[in-house]
Design a protein around this ligand. Sequence first.
Ligand SMILES: *Cc1c(COP(=O)(O)O)cnc(C)c1O
Length: 425
Amino acid sequence: MSNSQKLFNNAKKVIPSGVNSPVRYFEPYPFFTKKSDGAYIWDEDKNKYIDFCNGYGALLLGHRRKEILNAVSKQLTQGTLFCTPTESEIELSKLIISNFPSIDKVRLVNTGGEATMTAIRLARGFTKKKKIIKFEGCYHGAHDSVLVKAGSGSAHNGISISEGGLNEVSKNTLVVPYNNSEELEKTLTKNKDVAGVIIEPILANMGLILPEKNFLSEVRKITKDNDIPLIFDEVVTGFRVSPGGAQQHFGIKPDITTLAKALGHGFVIAAIGGKKEIMDLLSPGGKVYQASTYAGNPISVSAAIASIKTINKIKNKLYSKLEAYNALLTHAIGDMATDMNIPHQINFTSSMFQIFFTNKPVIDYTSSKNADAKKFQKMFSVLLKNGVFIAPSQFEVVFLSDAHTQTDLNYTMNAYRTALKSVKN
Ligand SMILES: *Cc1c(COP(=O)(O)O)cnc(C)c1O
């Protein structure tokens, strides 16, 4: 029995299903991790994997990036939690604001889910309305008002509304298909009580689904015409797609933005930012309540400052390199699948991609669900056996990092060749 298998058996006795977040589980058991560095992760059986999960996109610069570790080490000598304001929180807020021109003010929290929860409450407080519109398959964290037709782990498990979640809450969340601005318009015509629209500007929780041309600008126009705040959930895309996220990439200004994953690069931190008149509604000055003991803790703040500074410093090389590597990898994988006559689609942008085993374009929840997820799972396990770790679900995304090298790419292409052969009929 492998060490991971033994550990999993032990974990199941003390941790529900043996994991602390659902998508970490896969058949027959997940590997247990010992350590990581750069582009690699090692399990408890001394197997080394090239990591393309990268903390679900958090590790844009790779594992144990020295600039970030140095900043955190320095902060450790000064203290870990004060629960009083610090100068570094001002520095971080200024950095976020200068990278995201749509943001006038920022509040720091701990997780992406906490950020979207607060963003939604702010939209309700601002408009004095009740309902929220989300898009089918978008994932915004594990709280009641957004766990409705959500992607990521919840799509994988086929749960649309969690048991224990209140229908009184979820009935106030209206769901519209992604890439369908007509439905958004119709929904708004029918419902006068809408407080806000929340969207992943690039859908990275149903596999990877790109916004069609004009979709986001139509969403922006419709929300503006209806006087409804538009929330861009940039928990994945913030810093990953560009230093100013998807909003910079597409040239669209939302009213509220949420950031997490790559903001902290492995340290726990998230942010909500937006227009001054909305953000100033937060307590204690305003009447929208939000609070957290660990919010803006100096360790996470030092990591986030170092992340943004590093990204800004190397941005001219970073994004073009990631795009070039992603193009190489996805074209190679696509060519292999075509040569093997495997029906497939590959969606890719910047440093993210996903393959779907279907001959129909994947543009929304339904088309993603219709791809052959069994084949994906088979491919995943063969990749893993061959030293390549991608997120263990069709409904997640393959993330490149700055730590990947050309040699890693070549190795990965060969692993995909073997994995694709295994799903060929
Ligand atoms: C991961 C994710 C979240 C939730 O973030 P957590 O830190 O896991 O709570 C929210 N929105 C999107 C788009 C995400 O990918």
